[in-house]
Ligand binder design. Sequence first.
Ligand code: GDP
Ligand code: MG
Length: 162
Amino acid sequence: NVPVVAVVGRPNVGKSTLVNRILGRRQAVVQDQPGVTRDRIAYDAEWVGQRFSIVDTGGWDPDATGMAKAIAAQAEIAMQTADVVVLVLDANVGVQESDSAAARILQRSKKPVIVVANKVDGDRQEAEAAALWSLGLGEPVAISALHGRGSGDLLDRILDSF
Ligand code: GDP
Ligand code: MG
C-alpha cells in the first residue's frame, strides 16, 4: 500500500498542471475553464524511488453548491482518505474566502498538510507566496507547476511527510 497524496484547492489554481508536473507527463486534464477534472482521479507517481498515489480533485460544480461548500467537502474527503493533503493556491490571486475555509478545515487534520503557492513563475511573486503563511498551515512552498520551478522542493516536502 503506497501513501496517498490528495491535491485540493479552488478551480483554476493549477492542481491538474501540478499533478502532470509530478507525473512527468500530461495525463491530468488541464483547461482554462474551471471544473474540467472529473471528481478525484488517482495516478501512480514516483520520486527518488518512493512510489505514491496522487489524487487530482475537481469536477464538482461550484455554481450549484457554492464554492465554499464545494471546497469544504473536497477538503473533508481528502483529510479522511489521504495520508498527505496538498492545498494549492494561486499566489497571484491571493487568499480567497474559500481558500481560508478549506484551510480552517485542514487545520483540524491530524495528517500533514502542505500549502502550495502556485504560479510563482518568477522572483516577483515570492512575496505573494510568503503571504500564504497567514493560512496557519506552516511554510508555503512556492512553485510554478507550469514551468517546473520549485517542484523538486515540493516533492521533497511531500516525501518528508510520509
Ligand atoms: P485546476 O482547475 O486547479 O486543475 O487548474 P489547471 O491545472 O487546469 O490550470 C488552470 C490554468 O492555470 C491553466 O491555464 C494552466 O495553464 C494555468 N497554470 C497552472 N499552473 C500555472 C503556473 O505555474 N503558472 C502559470 N502562469 N499558469 C499556470
Ligand atoms: Mg483540474
